[in-house]
Write a protein that binds this ligand. Structure first.
Ligand code: FES
Ligand code: FES
Length: 161
């Protein structure tokens, strides 16, 4: 077992983990953060996306021990990173634009989309589609997801004005 210490959704966590444990397993099985989902076993779907030190990563694609000393934000802590309401603006935009059907991809989509706007606050439609290419949705056809990201980007611009 290896001892790790990290911050998850604003709380300090310290635990002993097997070196082979994936970060997504640690979040779900040890911390009960079941909002972070597992949708594949090939690192393709992006349902497991969280933020590691502020950037989107696929938590099925790294070991829990690799997150030692880091700050992890899951979909369950995202709203707390935004000082302005119950929902993060990206969550509100997904809601407003009906950017989900079954919702399985949604946590990962939202976490990736927040990082995408962090990298590029005013992306073109093409840049949004390319930015989300590591996240798969089996339901929506992506159209409303792209609209949601555009809506959040516009809201961000409004907030800066
Ligand atoms: S569960 Fe991580 S990419 Fe699919
Ligand atoms: S809403 Fe069902 S997979 Fe995206």
């Amino acid at each position: 077992m290896t001892k790790i210490e990290l911050t998850v959704d604003g709380s300090k966590v310290s635990d002993d983990v097997e070196p082979r444990m994936l970060l997504v397993q640690f979040l779900r099985e040890k911390l009960g953060k079941t909002g972070t989902l597992i949708g594949c076993d090939t690192s393709n779907c992006g349902a497991c996306t969280v933020h590691l030190d502020g950037h989107a990563v696929k938590s099925c694609n790294m070991l829990a021990v690799q997150a030692d000393g880091s700050e992890v934000t899951t979909i369950e802590g995202l709203a707390d990173t935004y000082d302005g309401g119950e929902l993060h603006p990206m969550q509100a935009a997904f809601h407003e634009c009906h950017a989900l059907q079954c919702g399985f991809c949604t946590p990962g989509m939202i976490m990736r989309s927040v990082d995408l706007l962090g990298e590029n606050p005013d992306p073109s439609e093409q840049e949004i589609r390319e930015g989300l290419e590591g996240n798969l949705c089996r339901c929506t056809g992506y159209h409303n997801i792209v609209r949601a990201v555009q809506t959040a980007a516009a809201a961000g611009k409004g907030a800066q004005a």
